[in-house]
Design a protein around this ligand. Structure first.
Ligand code: PLP
Length: 301
């Protein structure tokens, strides 16, 4: 579904926002986000039921946003300011697209030039994801280029922060697609599974769900955390662990999870079949999309 999108500009120092014309020019070319990728962002999934929107894992996303700000020594964002802008953008999307059920909202804090600059905009979900959720996707492993836990001795790599520097991640996905897969799976130099270019990995082994330790050098995913919280309530033992490619190939199920994808099962890795678990895939979708909006700004139609 082609959506009409919406934008809000944040005045970081005043703590206010206003809806703005998405087609107009807003960002000066010397903004440090444009040529340094110097800033942070989050992408949240928004679901709509009966005209009312719900921002999935709102608090987990915002806590990570604040953590990213601290890592980059940016002013720590204030939840009320950003929540209000996200809600206004969501309401504008619903008003402009009757019948819309799912979309994403991306919010960004750039170092700016003289002062930080913030904005919030809606985006459509990638068209491939609904089919991948149902049918699974093919992945190939890609060398991440550093050892697991590299961030412990090199914090300037900002491995746990969600920065705007995504060119390498986008290149990894393109490389995987040029080689016949849907996406890549990053493996550390010393052989540990890390994450996808825009997603986290979860595997099932019997009644255990396992995911790589964020300290190994990856983004701590909000979707993974939401799934672990719900799965624990359903009797799964959920842990962070060092995993290898073989662990994935011998698992009872493996998924790439992220806010926009929700949960996409691995169908294959490097051309080898991976066991699929459609029942748990469906449960993961229900857990993530059915979770309450835990925001403070409230849901309004
Ligand atoms: N890892 C990376 C590198 C990402 O870019 C993302 C999301 O875009 C994720 C993991 C998954 O995070 P989340 O579940 O919070 O969307």
């Amino acid at each position: 579904m082609t959506l009409t999108h919406s934008l809000a500009l944040i005045d970081v120092s005043a703590g206010t926002h206003e809806l703005a014309d998405l087609a107009a020019a807003h960002l000066p070319v010397d903004d440090l986000s444009t040529h340094r990728g110097d800033g942070i962002f989050e992408t949240v999934l928004v679901t709509v039921t009966g005209g009312t929107h719900s921002v999935k894992a709102r608090r987990l996303h915002f806590d990570r946003f604040r953590g990213s700000a601290r890592a980059l020594e940016l002013p720590v964002p204030v939840a009320e300011v950003w929540d209000a802008a996200v809600d206004d953008v969501a309401r504008a999307v619903i008003a402009g697209n009757p019948g819309v059920t799912e979309f994403s909202v991306r919010y960004t804090l750039s170092r700016g030039l003289d002062a930080p600059r913030g904005w919030v905009m809606s985006i459509s979900l990638p068209e491939a994801y609904p089919a991948q959720r149902r049918e699974g996707a093919d992945f190939i492993s890609l060398d991440r280029g550093f050892e697991a836990y590299a961030g412990q001795s090199a914090p300037w790599l900002l491995l746990g922060a969600k920065t705007l520097s995504y060119a390498a991640n986008m290149a990894a996905t393109r490389w995987a697609q040029e080689h016949g897969a849907d996406d890549g799976l990053f493996i550390s130099r010393d052989g540990l599974v890390l994450e996808g270019p825009t997603s986290n990995v979860i595997i099932r082994r019997g009644h255990e769900l396992l995911t790589p330790d964020p300290k190994a050098g990856l983004l701590h995913g909000t979707t993974q955390q939401t799934i672990f919280a719900a799965a624990a309530e359903h009797g799964y033992l959920c842990s962070y662990a060092d995993l290898t490619r073989d662990d994935l190939l011998t698992a009872d199920g493996a998924w790439m999870v992220s806010s926009a994808r929700v949960a996409v099962p691995f169908r294959s890795l490097d051309g080898e079949a991976v066991t699929m678990d459609p029942e748990l895939t469906g449960q993961m979708y229900d857990w993530v999309t059915g979770a309450a909006d835990d925001g403070t700004a409230g849901d309004t139609a």
